[in-house]
Design a protein around this ligand. Structure first.
Ligand code: FAD
Length: 402
């Protein structure tokens, strides 16, 4: 009965129909006039592309293990994650009619492996909760002072002004700007509310290096390597792409790398350089295999990759000299590349930076200066690893704000 977007007074307005805004609308069963405003013509565009269209919604395991996946800021959001944890999220989705399944690596997806099923279920629940939707309209200004701290007035791109008792900001970060989340709302928050916003930076982006040697090996992946740069080390899978390095370990280190710095990759992280050198040297006399075949078989490296390590991959192992052998071991275990850049916002899965946590009452995700304005999801200065940690935070922060 309340769903009329021509009204000007609301109990609750959400800015942004992305994952966090939709989780909020789907879970908020309170009575009242409620509206969700989205500046593009479609809700949940990033949700639809998450997990390659399959939507890795959260991760299995104890919620205690989630904290380390939000960098140094995980401890600050502990209460919100514990209270509205991964178990609660899976039950919430199953009650919404989306059965989930877990992959052997602990990542949790809808059983259909379709992000669209998650989006449809959230939209249906939001509708049942009496939220009206306003598309193709951006919020362009906030006046939080006109009626004390109880009513917020917002300006819309169509020239209208609306009033609300509760404003929920769910405008996301700045990555994949074509989806609508381009970071521009941070300027509105700084200008109109004078709150601190930490610098937005791409995170979870591919890493590019000078003279990248593996273009023709695009698609080859490694399950377990270490990558180090600028004092940070990440361990896990990496993927060789046409233009550079990707895969979880590389995506995780991307926010720490800078052009000109050395990126070091160890493709055999469980062994020592001395041990690998000794192993190859001991095998040399009796081994007539070509060097690439030998390295691929002995150390489980993809054959095409092993062939790239040595200029004449068919040369017999037994004919390799001491210096050449040392060089091969370094190429496998201490391979250095000079960073030329990262994928930037166009290719980053998430954004580091956003509304500073120092501005927040994290018990209910409200701004300390404006208790009736709440901020949730990626608009906050929180970014998680790959594995479902970002959508889990979108859910946990949304539930905490209700
Ligand atoms: C390719 C890709 C794959 C991903 N895969 C996964 C995954 O598998 N698992 C995972 O956990 N995370 C994944 N993520 C990250 C995850 O999708 C995001 O962290 C999450 O969608 C953030 O939700 P959000 O609601 O905070 O922001 P968004 O989903 O970005 O939504 C923000 C919304 O606000 C709208 N908006 C912005 N400004 C205004 C304004 N002024 N007025 C009105 N509306 C506005 C935008 O148009 C947008 O619709 C992936 C991201 C990408 C890009």
């Amino acid at each position: 009965m309340y769903k009329n977007c021509s009204d000007t007074e609301y109990n609750c307005i959400i800015v942004g129909a992305g994952a966090a805004g939709l989780f909020y609308a789907a879970a908020d069963e309170t009575e009242g006039r409620k509206l969700i405003i989205e500046k593009t013509s479609c809700p949940g565009q990033k949700l639809l592309m998450s997990g390659n269209g399959m939507c890795n919604i959260t991760h299995d395991g104890s919620i205690k293990n989630f904290i380390v996946h939000y960098g140094g800021k995980g401890a600050k959001i502990r209460t919100c994650l514990y209270k509205h944890n991964n178990l609660e999220l899976t039950q919430f989705m199953e009650h919404a009619g989306v059965p989930l399944k877990e992959r052997p690596d602990g990542k949790i997806f809808p059983a259909s492996m379709k992000a669209a099923d998650v989006l449809d279920a959230l939209l249906a629940k939001a509708d049942r909760n009496d939220f009206a939707f306003l598309y193709d309209c951006a919020v362009t200004g906030i006046d939080a002072g006109s009626k004390g701290n109880h009513i917020v007035c917002i300006s819309l791109s169509d020239g209208r002004k609306l009033q609300t008792q509760k404003l929920v900001i769910a405008t996301g970060g700045a990555s994949y700007p074509a989806t609508g989340s381009d970071g521009s709302f941070m300027d509105v928050l700084k200008r109109d509310l004078n709150i601190a916003v930490t610098a937005l930076k791409p995170a979870l982006a591919p890493v590019f290096v000078e003279h990248y040697p593996y273009s023709e090996l695009s698609g080859i992946s490694f399950d377990d390597v270490t990558v180090s740069c600028g004092g940070h080390t990440e361990r896990g899978p990496i993927l060789l792409t046409h233009k550079g390095f990707s895969g979880p370990a590389m995506l995780h280190i991307s926010q720490y790398v800078k052009p000109g710095e050395q990126l070091t990759i160890n493709y055999l992280p469980d062994r020592s350089i001395a041990e690998v050198y000794r192993t190859i040297r001991d095998d040399q006399p009796a081994n007539s295999k070509g060097i690439a075949n030998y390295l691929a078989g002995k150390f489980g490296l993809p054959k095409a990759f092993a062939e790239k390590l040595f200029s004449v991959p068919s040369r017999k192992l037994s004919s390799i000299g001491h210096k050449e052998l040392e060089n091969i071991v370094h190429l496998m275990m201490d391979r250095k590349h000079t960073v030329s850049g990262t994928g930037g916002f166009k290719e980053a899965m998430v954004t580091a930076g956003g509304v500073s946590l120092d501005e927040m009452n994290l018990k209910n995700m409200s701004l300390i200066k404006y208790p009736c304005i709440h901020v949730i999801g990626e608009a906050l200065d929180i970014n998680g690893d790959t594995g479902g940690y970002n959508l889990q935070f979108a859910y946990s922060s949304a539930r905490t704000a209700i």
